[in-house]
Design a protein around this ligand. Structure first.
Ligand code: F6P
Ligand code: MG
Length: 467
């Protein structure tokens, strides 16, 4: 805590913060979703011990839900043998919070860490991902956009732009923006998305219309850096992507990784997943393996969705759509085999702290980032952690708000984030107020409701290597 910014954080007790709604409405509904998943999974089991254990886990979910609704205290986490538990419990003892009056970032991370203990302490449900079914079905609903992008991407790599050309810079920007808006499909926020909603969010028309909603767009600066590295060294550098959500977002992250490797803007891309189910939709290593499997047999995966969704019936993949998807899967497998695409786990990503703590708490990871030429942080939670999830004035510079990862840190960061929480920095004078008016004003002048919707985005770059 002593390493975090010395500014008040967003709290679940603050009516003008999205934290308030999150704790009261969304957390209980996420827990109910998890309970429904466990019921469904255990109903298919013949093993009576596993079923009985599922009932006990369901009971723990219910207790947790009741604790939240009654504004109970957050009890210490059960020790499941992992070293991070002690840090959680130390911080808990210092904060001594109740659910409806807790620093949002800490409370929310604690929630998912606590859920994981239900499974890690079980005998039959160890490693079970209670959000896997939701991730799978949203990925199936993303079929149209997945297919469309595979086709468009083929066009891009079949007609490579000359190095350092204006065309290449434009292409890079487009790839990053696809990657940015891929973050709009987040299961923890959009719990009630229909099939049609997902299509609208992901199509290329939607992206064009949204270009004006990128309030800060530093993507060209990131291109200049990577293109300069390639020019100087005669080969591309190292790029890290701190992943966010699985399914469609992971797919577009991999498209970006492919683009970087194919153009030589990078010679190595390191992906950073979570090591346990996290914020519902975040990528765990199994999600990457699953996506590669989907691409090797797209027909059977998307066929399942067709049978569930009558609107989609009869829309089987054409031969050329199948070929596009299968060839992407082959490329990504080959990149993995050759060591150009690497998945690297680290327990730091599921700790409760902000990234102001990164140099101290995960020095190895930090050193790796200093060696990297660009570290891309995807999504809202990463942005909250980068900025400490505290009440910065919106005109605070991004480099100041990311503290120890900012100027002089030796780390170059690009945050690609659709706004789904209160904190936002790097805006021009009065831009915050102007967007709030465009969003339709607000009864409570303190509430930054425009930033809760995922409709606006920021792409913020800081060059911590600049002298
Ligand atoms: O507010 C919705 C929320 O759960 C936030 O708590 C969190 O920051 C976000 O969703 C997760 O979004 P993302 O997947 O983009 O990190
Ligand atoms: Mg997420």
């Amino acid at each position: 805590m002593e390493l975090d910014p010395r500014i008040a954080g967003y709290s679940t007790s603050d009516e003008s913060s999205f934290a308030y709604t999150s704790a009261r409405d969304r957390w209980p509904s996420i827990l109910q979703g998890a309970i429904a998943d466990l019921f469904a999974s255990s109903a298919t089991l013949k093993d009576t011990e596993a079923s009985a254990e599922a009932e006990r886990i369901i009971e723990q979910f219910r207790e947790l839900e009741a604790e939240i609704k009654s504004d109970g205290k957050l009890p210490p986490l059960w020790d499941d043998g992992s070293p991070d538990i002690a840090d959680y419990n130390d911080e808990l003892a210092q904060r001594n919070p109740t659910w409806l009056n807790v620093f949002w970032l800490f409370g929310e991370c604690y929630l998912y860490r606590r859920i994981d203990t239900f499974f890690s302490r079980s005998v039959n449900w160890k490693g079970y991902d209670v959000f896997a079914q939701q991730k799978k079905s949203t990925c199936q609903s993303s079929k149209t956009a997945i297919v469309e992008l595979a086709h468009r991407y083929k066009g891009i790599i079949d007609n490579p732009s000359p190095n350092h050309s204006e065309l290449e810079a434009l292409c890079f920007k487009e790839m990053c923006e696809i990657c940015l808006w891929g973050n709009a499909t987040d299961l923890s926020l959009l719990t009630s998305l229909t099939y049609e909603d997902i299509q609208k969010l992901q199509g290329s028309e939607a992206r064009k219309a949204q270009e004006k909603n990128i309030l800060v767009n530093d993507i060209p600066a990131a291109y200049n850096v990577l293109s300069e590295v390639r020019r100087e060294r005669g080969t591309g550098g190292r790029v890290d992507i701190v992943l966010d959500n699985s399914g469609f977002e992971l797919y577009v992250d991999l498209l970006l990784a492919d683009y970087l490797l194919s153009t030589g803007l990078a010679s190595r891309v390191i992906l950073h997943p979570k090591s346990m189910p996290w914020f519902v939709s975040d990528v765990v290593p199994a999600d990457l393996a699953d996506l590669l499997l989907v691409l090797s047999e797209p027909e059977s995966f998307f066929e399942e969705q067709n049978s569930k969704n009558s609107q989609n019936a009869g829309q089987t993949l054409t031969e050329s759509e199948k070929t596009d998807l299968i060839s992407l899967g082959k490329r990504w497998n080959a990149f993995q085999k050759s060591g150009q695409l690497i998945l690297q786990e680290n327990a730091f990503w599921t700790t409760a702290g902000s990234y102001w703590r990164l140099p101290h708490k995960a020095p190895g990871l930090f050193k790796g980032f200093q060696e990297s030429d660009l570290v891309i942080f995807k999504g809202d939670l990463n942005y909250r952690k980068l900025t400490g999830d505290v009440q910065w004035d919106a005109t605070t510079s991004y480099s100041k708000a990311i503290g120890p990862l900012g100027l002089g840190s030796g780390v170059r960061t690009l945050a690609l984030r659709t706004c789904k929480a209160d904190v936002v920095v790097g805006l021009a004078e009065n831009q915050d107020e102007q967007v709030q008016r465009e969003h339709g004003g607000n009864a409570d002048p303190k509430a930054r409701t425009w930033a809760w919707t995922g409709k606006w985005a920021v792409a913020s770059f800081n060059d911590g290597k600049a002298i």
